[in-house]
Design a protein around this ligand. Structure first.
Ligand SMILES: [Zn+2]
Length: 305
């Protein structure tokens, strides 16, 4: 069934309590309708998301620091390979959270800045880690004040943003020619998820309209970047956690099981790392991403001249 809201129109994929997820023909990615007002969205984040989730998120992040460092270093390795030898490189992280990604960059000689609206995460990254992080949102009013960068990074941010196209265009203005945009988002409505939604009887559990407005996959993310002046030059994914669901272990809504499977994924990746097989892991995940599989999708786009 086709649904529309203003100029946004497309096939309706999910309907929950008056909110629909559509395959929007105008935006060319999936998003909810009606779209919330920016102010309404911020009120939600300030009153619930940042205060309730942030402390726990920081603690979890600190516990998994060794594992995160592998991923962070892989990202910087990739950027350096694509940028060539022009160090020191400059990076902006929009939604920098507790700051470990910025710290990994600083430790390799990168010049980094962050923007983080969440009070607890911002405080941790500045006071505890001593990083250069603005306590703010990235907006039409302030985007040009941060400087220009070789890489602009956004991890799990784009799915929360109301005006995605404007944000990517603003990033285009502060990325130097030949520089990179680096985006990671949940890989939603992926083949393993949609099978698991049926086999577990839980339906599309990844649709969380209060938090996630937009639902991307490799193709829609690549297309978004192309339309905003970036040529996609690399894609990859993270471990396809939904494989556990298809093996019969239903961790959805079960935090204890969820943590157990997160530990298994971590052990799998860390044992490969200890045995010098990170390249093998990367090759497997890169191949998964081309097949549309994997929990999150990452695309790097190079800014056109
Ligand atoms: Zn739309």
């Amino acid at each position: 069934m086709i649904k529309n809201w203003g100029d946004h129109s497309g096939r309706c994929l999910v309907e929950q309590e008056g909110i629909s997820v559509i395959e929007c023909e105008r935006c060319r990615f999936k998003h909810i309708i009606p779209l919330p007002e920016e102010a309404e969205k911020r009120e939600f984040y300030e009153q619930t998301f940042y205060s309730e989730y942030s402390e726990d998120y920081i603690a979890k992040h600190a516990r998994d620091a060794d594992w995160w460092l592998i991923e962070h270093n892989e990202k910087y390795d990739k950027y350096e390979a694509l940028l060539g030898h022009q160090a020191p490189y400059r990076l902006l992280d929009i939604g920098s959270g507790p700051g470990y990604f910025l710290k990994a960059g600083n430790d390799r000689g990168w010049l980094t800045r962050g923007i983080e609206p969440g009070e607890a995460a911002w405080r941790y990254s500045t006071s505890h880690l001593g990083l250069d992080v603005a306590h703010d949102y990235f907006t039409a009013a302030n985007f040009s004040t941060f400087g220009t960068f070789d890489v602009v990074h956004m991890n799990n941010v784009l799915e929360h943003i109301v005006d995605v196209t404007a944000t990517i265009e603003q990033i285009g203005h502060i990325t130097r020619e030949g520089g990179l945009i680096a985006i990671t988002v949940p890989n939603d409505f992926n083949p393993l998820q949609t099978i698991a939604a049926e086999t577990t009887g839980k339906g599309p559990w990844w649709v969380v309209p209060e938090q996630h407005i937009n639902y991307f996959n490799l193709q829609s993310l690549q297309s978004l970047l192309r339309r905003s002046g970036f040529e996609p030059v690399y894609h990859t994914t993270s471990f396809p956690l939904e494989m556990f669901l298809l093996m019969g272990d239903d961790y959805i809504g079960d935090n204890t099981l969820g943590r157990a499977f997160h530990q298994r994924r971590k052990r799998f990746e860390m044992v490969l790392d200890r045995h010098g097989k990170n390249e093998l892991k990367r090759a497997v995940y890169d191949a998964f991403s081309a097949l549309g599989i994997g929990r999150q999708v990452t695309v790097l786009g190079r800014k056109n001249a």
